[in-house]
Design a protein around this ligand. Structure first.
Ligand code: GAP
Length: 457
């Protein structure tokens, strides 16, 4: 896609999300809050569906993975141990002419193609050597400085500063001992968590791709230190890719990026990101890192608690190593939206249709009476809505004509529409219309529930 088209596609998607109740700029009546968003009714459904799919695949169906749900505010010592308090920084630089603020490594990469992440002096020199500001063409830059990404807050005014967690992983490590002691888990095993994380990003951008308050879905997978980890690592990469494909992403829009050895933390053996081809270009969707025994060792040191694992079969004690598959939920939502958004030419015009897989679609079935001013049709449609909504997320719609209702449901990606017409009153059957093929078939009301169970499973 050419750059102008990519920009245009992103703008279309952002305005579509607002217009159709998926995602809005937050607190808009007060002028909004920079790059912060609320999920509207369909966005919230989409988010819940993706969360449920992830939990099902990686917790419910895995005998070796358990879930947990820790708080956002944690003891600050945890962030000292993890290195976040001293080292979770981004490099910032300001253009003195237009006063715009940039993430220095991003602007340097954009202007030179070179990755200088972490090299503050080199970035300052490079920018001050005459690179032009992408916003105003000026070339007067401040020095590049580090800015902490940690959001600081207070608790009861006494207990020192606390921090909004910058990742969900922290509580998994600090509760490792409680989980091992209370649940029958045996290495290799994983602990999974879904929840909010907060990062004071210098520049939030690309809609919900980079935001300051977001949700992560993380697993810490503990292994015996001598385990041959490479096949497991490959298996996790495949599982991540499989999950993205189950949301509608095409395989050719996914690629792997291995972090160069020189940029890896000293404890990490390998890190590979799985990137998705968003309209603004490839961006990180999943991360997968081999973190060695760094986390448990650090938390043991800072807490004074023994976090060894005892292997009763081989009668040995060790600090497990960990593989960490992680993903941002908001980025998965953006992936599902970008992958599903389709503009189609029809014989009688055009339509926008969200080709979500059935499990992802916010609404599974829409139920309509053919005419809203015929009480007998409305009553029957409401009865069908009542029955189906026990099983599936449904919507009742009697606004406008049936053609307009179909278009509305196509746009939000509803796989099936059910219309109650005059014949229904005699043959006890309804018209079921398929979103993608637009084909219609007559189904008996008594068979509807099983029909959709089969279609939507
Ligand atoms: N515990 C490891 C960890 O947090 P990360 O690569 O910094 O690793 C994990 O974050 C995932 O969280 C990323 O792969 C990305 O999908 C998501 N993520 C990170 N920062 C984000 C942001 N500012 N907005 C939205 N999602 C973000």
């Amino acid at each position: 896609m050419a750059n102008d088209n990519k920009q245009e596609m992103m703008e279309k998607i952002v305005s579509f999300c607002k217009r159709r109740g998926f995602i809005f700029p937050t607190s808009e009546i007060y002028g909004g809050l920079a790059n912060s968003y609320s999920y509207g009714p369909y966005g919230a459904e989409l988010k819940n569906n993706i969360k449920k799919m992830w939990w099902k695949k990686f917790v419910q169906k895995r005998p070796d993975i358990v879930g947990m749900d820790g708080p956002i505010l944690l003891n600050s010592k945890l962030w000292e141990a993890s290195g976040h308090l001293s080292g979770f920084n981004d490099a910032l630089v300001d253009c003195k002419k237009c006063k715009k603020r940039f993430r220095a490594d991003h602007v340097v990469k954009e202007l030179t193609g070179e990755d200088m992440e972490g090299e503050l002096e080199k970035m300052t020199k490079t920018l001050q050597a005459g690179l032009k500001c992408p916003e105003c063409d000026g070339s007067d830059w401040t020095e590049v400085k580090n800015m902490s990404q940690m959001f600081k807050t207070e608790m009861n005014g006494v207990d020192g500063p606390v921090y909004l967690r910058p990742e969900t992983a922290g509580a998994i490590f600090s509760d490792f001992k409680n989980i091992v002691d209370s649940v029958r888990v045996k290495v290799p095993f994983g602990i999974a968590q879904v929840g909010k994380a907060f990062r004071n990003e210098i520049v939030a951008r690309n809609f919900i791709f980079r935001i300051r308050e977001f949700e992560q879905m993380e697993i810490e997978y503990f292994i015996e230190p001598e385990t041959k980890w490479e096949p497991l690592f490959e298996e996790w990469l495949n599982q991540q890719e499989e999950f993205a494909i189950s949301l509608g992403a095409k395989k050719e829009d996914l690629r792997r990026y291995e972090h160069p050895k020189a940029k890896l933390s000293h404890y990490s053996k390998k890190t590979i990101d799985t990137e998705y081809n968003f309209p603004f270009g490839f961006g990180e969707l999943f991360g997968l890192a081999h973190r060695g025994d760094f986390d448990l060792t650090q938390h043991s040191k800072f807490s004074g608690q023994n976090l060894d694992y005892f292997d009763p079969v081989n009668n040995k004690r060790y600090v497990p190593h960990v593989l960490e598959p992680t993903v941002g939920l908001d980025r998965l939502i953006l992936t599902a939206i970008c992958a599903g958004y389709t503009e189609e030419k029809l014989e009688d015009g055009e339509r926008v249709v969200m080709k979500f897989p059935n499990t992802v679609a916010p609404i599974k079935v829409a139920v309509f009476p053919l005419m809203r001013n015929k009480p007998e049709l409305v009553e029957k449609a409401k009865e069908i809505f009542g029955n189906l909504s026990e099983q599936f997320m449904c919507e009742f719609d009697d606004n406008g004509n049936v053609g307009k209702r179909y278009r509305r449901q196509d746009e939000i990606g509803t796989p099936y529409c059910v219309t109650v017409d005059f014949e229904t009153l005699n043959d006890h059957a309804v018209t079921v219309r398929d979103r993608d093929t637009m084909a219609q078939e007559r189904i008996r009301i008594l068979e509807l529930e099983n029909y959709f169970k089969e279609k939507l499973s």
